[in-house]
Design a protein around this ligand. Sequence first.
Ligand SMILES: Cc1ncc(COP(=O)(O)O)c(C=O)c1O
Length: 372
Amino acid sequence: MQIGGGRIPVYAPVLGDEELENVVAAVRSGWVSSLGTFIPEFEREFATFCDVREAVAVSNGTAALHLALLALGVGPGDEVLVPSLTFIATANAVRYCGATPIFVDADRATWCIDPAALDALVTPRTKAVIPVHLYGHPCDMDPILDVARRRGIAVVEDAAEAHGAEYRGRRVGAFGAIGCFSFYGNKIMTTGEGGMCVTDDPLLAERLRLLRDHGMDPKRHYWHDIVGYNYRMTNLQAAIGVAQVKKLPGFLEKKRRLGAWYAELLAPLAAAGRIVMQPEAPWAKSVFWMCSVLLAEARVSRDEVRARLHDRGVDTRPFFHPVHLLPPYERRERLAVAEDLGGRGLNLPSGLGLDRSHIERVAKALTEALDP
Ligand SMILES: Cc1ncc(COP(=O)(O)O)c(C=O)c1O
């Protein structure tokens, strides 16, 4: 990635010779679609990374969520609890099943789904809950798993943004019945487009594989007992994935270093009450997918701050709009914390190719931008 003295993007993938060599090998092999050796290799490596028995590679993270819900039997008339503060794909996957997303407020301590709000939202129709490990910070899983066990609902983790994040020493993705990951180009590791379902349950893995491939009986060509999907990953994507997953431990170290640099260099702004730093709960190891802050003052609007940062060569993103406010899902309810965070949050440059001098530039630019 060329950054130098130029613009600092919010994110850019880091790809090297290993990815290139694997893609060349895949092309030379002729296996460019969804057969070929890189797919099972990528699944094995990713399962090992997550410390789970099974991994099922799919075409993207949204497909992973959709298949996970289908594999768990979510269908029309069911309800699924999802945080409102998330990327819309989490809710869309519920809707694809004909089910209804029930939006849950955020927890100020983690910016993730508020576990304390769940119990009251469970109804006889509730089939599942999807905790989203937002911006790389793990959800508080114990109380979520406790509600799920007591109320008999499934847990599907949306770990699209949190490869390698740890909750009480264990990597996310392995807590629920199924964990879902995205390998989109701005994720901690990428395959261009791509996704993965992980699970400890071989029967669920079998179901996911069936649904991924048009529901075709693996032992009988062109025999389909169910309507499935074409959600397969290609061998070309998996070739990149195999190279990336080997680099993941190094990527995660770099992400934590970025988080620490921001914490240090933005501390004066936080101490002056002008921003609120990204939380990291005592039980959490965040992977800081998006290093983020909340703007704490109304003197300069977020749009204005973003424009001033842009003028100084620093790209940013606003937080996701809470999904319960978006047109396809518009609800009357107020989810005060999600709305507050969604209105004030700012994603800062977080790419793996950044070094300390870039973060210093961002911190200086943000300090200037916050001056009224
Ligand atoms: C929380 C969350 N869930 C799901 C997705 C969907 O993943 P994909 O873009 O690979 O379909 C994303 C991101 O893109 C995401 O951020």
